[in-house]
Every structure is written in C-alpha cells, then in structure tokens.
Design a protein around this ligand. Structure first.
Ligand code: BES
Ligand code: ZN
Length: 457
C-alpha cells in the first residue's frame, strides 16, 4: 500500500496535466449538433488512456454516446471480489459563456482549484479512481479485487441507453457492489458516504391562448393572457408554507429515522452562511424542516424554465399566443416517479382555466435511491474515507439524482456506494465550475485504500 500511496504523491503534477487534457474536450451531451465529435473524441481519449494504464478497455456503442468499459487484468478463474466503478465523461452545457472568468474548456489552475466545465462533475472524480488503479498496476502491487470501470457519455441527459447496455452485458459486469464518486461533501473535514439520492420527474407544459400574438391595446382585456394564466396556474402548485399542493404528493415520503436525524445533525450547515453563499435575501423552504433536510429529504416542484411573449430589446405590446414552462420535481424515498407524474398532470388539468388550452408533455423520470447505511461494504468505505481524509466521515443524503443507481440494483443486483468528492462551491452546472486539488489527492488516496478494505470486508 505504501508504494501505491508514494506513487500517487510522486506523480501528482502529471495527473493534473492529464486531467486538464481530459477536461479540455467539450463533451456536452445536451448539444449533439455542436459537440457530438468532441464527445466521441473524449471517449476515444479515455479509451487510449485506460489502455496505457494497463486496463483491458473498449468502447461499447449505443444509439447515443459510447460507454467505456475497462477491466483490471484478471486471472481466468479469478475468485477475487469484483467492484464496478461508474462515472460519466459527458458534461453540462457551459452557457452562459460571458460569466466564465476563464474559458470553460481551457482548464485553468487558480490557487488549489482547477476551473473548467466537467472538472468536478464528473471528470476529476472518476479520474481520481483511474489514477489510484494506475498506481496499483504501475507499481506491480496486486489488487485485492477485480475492478471494472463503466464511464458513460449520457448521464447529464438522463442515461437513456445505459439500462440496455447493463442488460446486454450483465454477466461481464457482475459485481459485489458499485462505487460512484459523483456527489458532494460539505467540506474537507467532513468526508461523507451518501446513502440516499433524490429521484426526478420532468414535464413540460404549454398554455395555448389566441391563435397568434395580438395587439394588447386592441384586444387585451377581452382575452386571457397565457403568460398570466401560466403564472397563476404555477403559483397554485405550491402554498405559502412551501408545500406542494398536488393531492397525494407526500403520501409515500419516508420520514427520517432517528439514526438519520442524529447523522443529519453532524452535517455542518450554518443557515446564515448558506444564505450568503446562495446570494438570496432570505432562505425559503418547506416550513418545519431545516435546510439540510429540505434540500435532500423533502420533495420539490421546481420551474426550470419559463418562456412566453417578447424577450427582445425594448417593448412590444402584445398578448402572447402561448406560454410554456419546463418543470422537474425532485422526489425522495419512497415516492414513485410515474405515480407522482400522473398526479401532477391531473392536478394541472383540474386547475387550468377554460380560457386557455393546456398541453402537457411528460419527460424523463428517475427513482430516488436509498441504501440502509450499514453493512460490511459501508463500513469498509467509511474506513477508507477516514484513512484518506484523516477525520471521521459522516453519513448523508444528497439532493441531486443519479437515476442509474437503481438500475445497478435491478439489473446487476448490486448496491451502490456513493463516495463523492465535490465541494458545495464547485459550481456544478453553473459558470466557473471547479475541482479542488485537495479533493483530487484525497480522492485518489481514498480509492487506493478502498479496494483492500472492500476485499477483506
Ligand atoms: N453529479 C450529479 C448528481 C449529483 C450532484 C448528485 C450532487 C448528488 C449531489 C449528476 O451529474 C447530475 O447532475 N444529475 C442530474 C440527473 C438528471 C439529468 C436526471 C441531476 O441531478 O440533475
Ligand atoms: Zn451533473
């Protein structure tokens, strides 16, 4: 083990250069027209890199972006335990460009942070695991388990083709557990194992009013305004106490257990500092719950985008012909996305006034995730975290979603250990995304320590 850790330390400057190369590819899965080639080039770079480390790697085609599958060299009848490391090489769109201090795909070091789209979500995080495994292979240190990397290119657009890929390759991918670093920790003094993620249900609604934009002076007042109708409709979806009004919305919500409440108290969140960090005049959330619970253990109804009428320079006096909204609901254990989606659509239909026509399009769904935070694998992971970060790890719920973790359970029968390396100020999905080099080095150490811990667990 010492040789592995020494190798990691000695080669850090090179690892950073390689991570910069990885994060230079604009692998934006949401913009295939613009970035399909870049995304494929990124996959190709990963393939070559994995092979150079000594992994048995290939790219598996899907109807979308290819999946990298890379195995550590293994004996024919190996009886070692097997673990699968999942990550994604696709990234969120970088827009708005003008808010970036340095170009999103020219990764730039400032202080102890590497700035660039995808550095934290998720290139830096899966790269830490790749480098830890490199350290074993290049120092000739025997790995106590067989490892398989699965790094996909469509996570940020809903992992549409990954379930079929898992089904088609289920024997090759069979494993004792899955390890993912694609979540966060509150700070370097609180490394964490995440045992729950929120799920998601997406929909788009459009209210159709007059057959065309109308002169608001000539016709306004005698015809409903779809933008106003939409604002009123959406406003009814949440009450003043921050509760979603969809009938039955909270029926299946699993409340925090005593143990979880005790753990949640260890999460360092100061409301005033949190308010300042978010830049809001006052925090808002479902009444009766602290912010940490609101953002991880309570479901929400969020407007992600709102469009109607004239958005150009100056003024244009119209009654717009239509208004639309992109919506996602974050769901918690044990809510079922399809059921919630049906209830939401029914509620919208009930509330919609007869003066406009409602069009609803259901979008992607992903179930919430929950793993009882106990058992040998969890304990092993906690030991690895403690060894790498030098302090006691916490157990936490996260508010984001990684829908594929449920497919790992359903298709491969494997639980997922979520060992995130992102910090709250990493600006994931925002301008000026960055990854902390301290998280990178601790992440590599954590990964190096994890395999012996899991193997003996
Ligand atoms: N890395 C995130 C997920 C995440 C972030 C989990 C922080 C927990 C804490 C991932 O890349 C992501 O953004 N997922 C999407 C999924 C969606 C597109 C289905 C999300 O949560 O919005
Ligand atoms: Zn993301």
């Amino acid at each position: 083990m010492q040789r592995v850790l020494d190798y990691l330390r000695a080669n850090e400057p090179r690892f950073l250069r390689e991570l910069i190369a990885h994060a230079s590819f604009p692998s934006v899965s949401a913009q295939p027209q613009k970035h399909r080639r870049d995304t494929l080039a990124c996959a190709d770079w990963l393939l070559k890199h994995s092979r150079a480390l000594g992994l048995d790697a290939r790219l598996v085609k899907t109807p979308g972006n290819p999946v990298l599958v890379a195995h550590t060299p293994r004996a024919k009848n190996s009886r070692k335990p097997r673990f699968l490391i999942y990550g994604h090489y696709d990234v969120q769109p970088p827009e708005p460009f003008e808010l970036w201090k340095t170009k999103p795909f020219t990764p730039t070091l400032r202080g102890r942070s590497l700035f660039g789209r995808g550095t934290s979500d998720n290139k830096g995080q899966h790269f830490a695991h790749l480098k830890a495994v490199e350290a074993y292979l290049k120092t000739g240190t025997e790995l106590p388990c067989d490892l398989t990397f699965v790094i996909e290119g469509e996570e940020e657009v809903g992992s549409e083709h990954l379930a079929n890929f898992l089904k088609a390759n289920r024997h090759e991918l069979a494993c004792d557990a899955v390890v993912i670093s694609d979540t966060g920790i509150p700070d370097l003094k609180h490394p964490a194992l995440t045992y729950s993620l929120r799920g998601i249900a997406a929909l788009e609604i459009k209210l159709h009013g007059p057959a065309r934009d109308l002169h608001s002076g000539i016709f306004g007042g005698s015809v409903d305004n779809p933008a106003m109708a939409l604002a009123q409709l959406l406003a009814k979806m949440r009450d003043a106490k921050g509760r979603v009004t969809i009938p039955g919305f909270y029926d299946d919500v699993k409340p925090l257990s005593k143990l979880e409440r005790a753990q949640a108290k260890k999460f360092p969140l100061n409301s005033e500092a949190y308010r300042k960090f978010l830049g809001v005049p006052q925090l808002f959330g479902e009444r009766g719950f602290p912010p940490q619970e609101q953002r991880t253990a309570r479901p929400t109804f969020e407007i992600n985008g709102l469009t109607s009428g004239y958005q150009g320079a100056g003024s244009k006096t119209i009654v717009p012909s239509w208004a639309s909204a992109k919506i996602t609901m974050r769901l918690v254990p044990n809510q079922r996305p399809e059921k919630i989606l049906r209830a939401a659509i029914a509620h919208l239909k009930t509330l919609c006034p007869p003066t406009v026509r409602l069009e609803v399009e259901a979008g992607h769904v992903g179930a919430p995730y929950f793993l009882a935070p106990e058992g040998r694998h969890v304990r092993a992971a906690l030991r690895a975290l403690k060894g790498a970060f030098g302090c006691e790890p916490i157990l936490m719920r996260e508010g984001g979603s990684i829908p594929i973790v449920n497919d790992f359970k359903r298709i491969l029968g494997a639980d997922t250990l979520l060992l995130g390396l992102a910090l709250p100020d990493d600006n994931a999905h925002s301008p000026n995304e960055k990854f902390s080099l301290d998280c990178f080095t601790r992440g590599m150490q954590m990964s190096a320590r994890l395999w012996p811990e899991l193997a003996k667990a």
